[in-house]
Design a protein around this ligand. Structure first.
Ligand code: NAD
Length: 323
């Protein structure tokens, strides 16, 4: 053997599998590829033609990107060496439906997906996007038997990005300079702990008090806008995809790059905020172990009450599926 060639170097390739090649799944793949987040993106869909078409189209991006991300189509057995499996299979709510109305279908699909993925030997992280996301993430956690830190629902991550955008837009400030999130259900009952929202280190409620131009701002209305805007988009274009795709990429980056980034996602509460056995949106520290820790923020009595009310909604629906 020639000198130098006998050294065995292990280079790990990062692989993300996306189940569901619909608008959310394909946009997520596009976001991951264009940002060069991982080495390989694999797409699986019950509609093999759809998966095949998306893969062919996405492969042709490579020439003009910074990185040669491999794009493949696959089957559940190929999840064995995946770091992350993203579940986007399901159907968006129809006009007039809530996300909770899609529970039965999403639960059925989740069951059909998770079992063969676990049989493949997969031991990575699940990121659940399908709605109602808090309930389905809980279901995936139970079905998979994986540790709780490895099953993550996108929760209120997208809603929080929307809230930051609305506050930034109102104040003519970059949304990334706004510290804000919503918590609880990714749905109508989510709430915002306004006492914790800051812009450039100043409490948002103080900013409103100090500036007469914001006299008309109604905090409940801002949260209402966050919960409704997904449906406004749905009404005009049938679904939302770019915001959620970028959100999922952000979560994946935090995990693969071991960032310790704080993002509000849906995770299992086990005593935090005096609640247990429920998945809901709370700020967490995300790194290569998944949910490293929950940030147990201090809310006002009124905020805590709203948060617990939202948890009650998730719990009612969680009890509707046999877990
Ligand atoms: P879509 O109808 O465009 O795509 C769904 C895809 O899932 C289809 O390609 C379909 O063939 C596939 N599929 C269905 N059953 C399957 C199975 N058993 N195995 C594999 N693939 C299967 O829907 P979409 O707009 O991409 O939305 C997908 C999900 O994402 C919905 O549940 C929607 O509510 C949810 N969503 C969540 C958020 C969030 O913030 N969590 C945001 C937007 C959408």
């Amino acid at each position: 053997m020639e000198k130098g060639l006998g050294v065995c170097v292990t280079i790990n390739r990062s692989k993300v599998v996306i189940v569901g090649a619909g608008l959310v799944g394909s946009s997520t793949a596009f976001s991951l590829i264009t940002q060069g987040v991982c080495d390989e993106v694999m797409i699986i869909d019950i509609n093999k033609n759809k998966a095949h078409g998306e893969v062919m189209d996405l492969c042709h991006c490579v020439e003009y990107l910074n990185r040669n991300v491999k794009v493949t189509e696959g089957d559940y057995k190929d999840c064995e060496d995946a770091d992350i499996v993203v579940i986007t299979a399901g159907a968006p709510p129809k006009v007039g439906q809530t996300r909770l109305d899609t529970l039965e279908l999403s639960a059925k699909i989740a069951k059909a997906i998770v079992e063969p993925i676990m049989s493949s030997g997969f031991r990575g992280h699940f990121i659940v996007v399908s709605n109602p996301v808090d309930v389905i993430a809980h279901y995936v956690y139970k079905l998979s038997g994986l540790p709780k830190n490895q099953v993550i629902g996108t929760g209120t991550a997208m809603d929080s990005a929307r809230l930051k955008y609305f506050i930034g837009d109102l104040m003519h400030i970059d949304p990334r300079s706004v510290q804000a999130y919503t918590m609880g259900e990714h749905g109508d009952s989510q709430m915002c702990p306004w006492s914790l929202v800051t812009v450039g280190g100043k409490r948002f409620i103080d900013i409103l008090e100090d500036n007469r131009e914001f006299d008309e701002v109604n905090l409940d209305e801002l949260v209402r806008r966050v919960t409704r805007v997904g449906f406004d988009i749905l009404e005009v274009k049938g679904t939302t995809c770019y915001g959620i795709a970028t959100t999922v990429s952000g979560i994946i980056k935090a995990i693969l790059n071991d960032e310790n980034k704080i993002i509000p996602v849906s995770t299992l509460l086990e005593g935090e905020f005096g609640e247990k056995d429920v998945f809901c949106g709370v700020p967490v520290i995300l790194n290569r172990s998944g949910v490293q820790d929950i940030v147990e923020v201090h809310m006002t009595v009124e905020e805590l009450e709203k948060f617990k009310k939202s948890i009650g909604v998730i719990r009612d629906y969680t009890n509707k599926i046999e877990i």
